[in-house]
Design a protein around this ligand. Structure first.
Ligand SMILES: *Cc1c(COP(=O)(O)O)cnc(C)c1O
Length: 377
């Protein structure tokens, strides 16, 4: 059975009524037959049928055994970091999502958990950074906004040899393109706000784990700390996931065409897209991904803030907004938006130049998207 068929088949039909759509169990509590005797649900922070259905679908989609749904991607990251204790060390990808950077450095460093940032596009850098204190390797691939690729299998081997956990933030690729658990990762994390939800209408996070003991610890933190995903929001993510393969197919086709168009434009300096042969990690991306995703970044020959600012303010179809992964195309200017809090020199060193523009390429007709860019130059 193909992936898309399997996914749709995995969404259960309600045994009580035959409802084809997953019911929304908007309840906090459940009536018990006798004290402690219940149908598997006693309180919705601990377990809720709608959220449970999403967690099962997500676990299957990522080839894992346990899924846990959280109120945001950051709450999902937070649950993973809680596996660590004082004195432990994290090695994280250097162009990590800004919110994860803030959580690691401004929250967890207070508790004596330290973090080292390395360029994960060369696994050797991770190998060299490991000490006996390293308990968690945290990577994103592709990264934001320069779309660097890390070799998941190679890094999983390093993690195994040093008995530390590998967690992959799989938000950018989505499970339609990349399944890190099958490449040796221990944990997969998603900002389901992006491609899984797919419609820019909900904030949600997921953690998926292969090992059941480790999974039980994440489920424990989910209940003990309480940042659970609400029933209606769980339903929105299920509904989004139903069209995941179809949407991602179109995101990939559109992004490839946009990237190829940009590469030939005289005003463009560099184009960052793993689907281009000119991308330094194109071969690794090809090896571990079924497609190259919907995010494309580019810089202008005239590398100046004002010019990029003008560009992102003048497109029509591409709407100026943070976030990504929805059906509608978005445009952003990292230097002035997502990466504004990073000192300019540090930001530039990470490859985020003043004129870098990031596109979240949607599922509109690609000719219209290219025309929108063409008339903005
Ligand atoms: C958006 C995002 C997050 C954070 O998720 P929220 O749902 O916004 O909390 C984490 N990682 C990546 C790669 C993201 O794009």
């Amino acid at each position: 059975m193909s992936n898309a068929t399997q996914l749709l088949q995995s969404i259960p039909i309600d045994p009580l009524t035959g409802a084809l759509a997953v019911p929304i169990y908007q309840t906090s509590t459940y009536v018990q037959e006798a004290p402690g005797v219940n149908k598997g649900y006693d309180y919705s922070r601990t377990n809720n049928p709608t959220r449970e259905t999403l967690e099962k679908i997500a676990a299957q989609l990522e080839n894992g055994s346990i899924g846990a749904a959280f109120a945001s991607g950051l709450a999902a990251i937070d649950a993973v970091v809680k596996l660590l204790k004082t004195g432990d060390e994290i090695i994280a990808v250097d162009d990590i999502y800004g919110g994860a950077y803030r959580l690691f450095t401004q929250v967890y460093e207070q508790y004596g958990i330290t973090v080292k940032f390395v360029d994960a596009s060369d696994p050797e850098n991770i190998f060299n950074a490991i000490t006996e204190k390293t308990k968690l390797i945290w990577i994103e691939t592709p990264t934001n906004p320069t779309l660097k690729i890390a070799d998941i299998k190679a890094i999983a081997n390093i993690a195994k040899a040093h008995r530390c956990l590998l967690c992959v933030d799989n938000t950018f690729a989505s499970p339609a393109l990349q399944k890190p658990l099958s490449l040796g990762a221990d944990i997969v994390m998603h900002s389901a706000t992006k491609y899984l939800g797919g419609h820019s209408d909900v904030i949600a996070g997921l953690v998926i784990i292969k090992d059941e003991t480790l999974g039980a610890r994440i489920k424990f933190f989910q209940n003990a700390c309480g940042a659970v995903l609400a029933p209606f929001d769980s339903w929105l993510i299920i509904r989004g996931i139903e069209t995941l393969y179809l949407r991602i197919k179109q995101h990939c086709i559109n992004a490839q065409a946009v990237a190829e168009y940009l590469e030939t434009h005289p005003a463009v300096d560099k184009v960052f897209y793993p689907g281009l042969k000119s991308h330094p990690n194109h071969d690794t991306a090809k090896k571990q991904q079924k497609g190259f995703g919907g995010v494309v970044s580019f810089s202008l020959k005239e590398d100046n803030l004002k010019l990029a600012e003008k560009f992102v303010s003048n497109t029509n179809i591409f709407k100026l907004a943070e976030s990504l992964g929805g059906v509608k195309s978005l445009i952003s200017h990292p230097a002035n938006m997502t990466h504004k809090s990073i000192p300019a020199e540090k930001r530039r060193a990470a490859g985020v130049s003043d004129s870098l523009i990031r596109l979240s390429v949607g599922i509109e007709e690609v000719e219209d998207l290219i025309n929108d860019l063409e008339k903005t130059f």
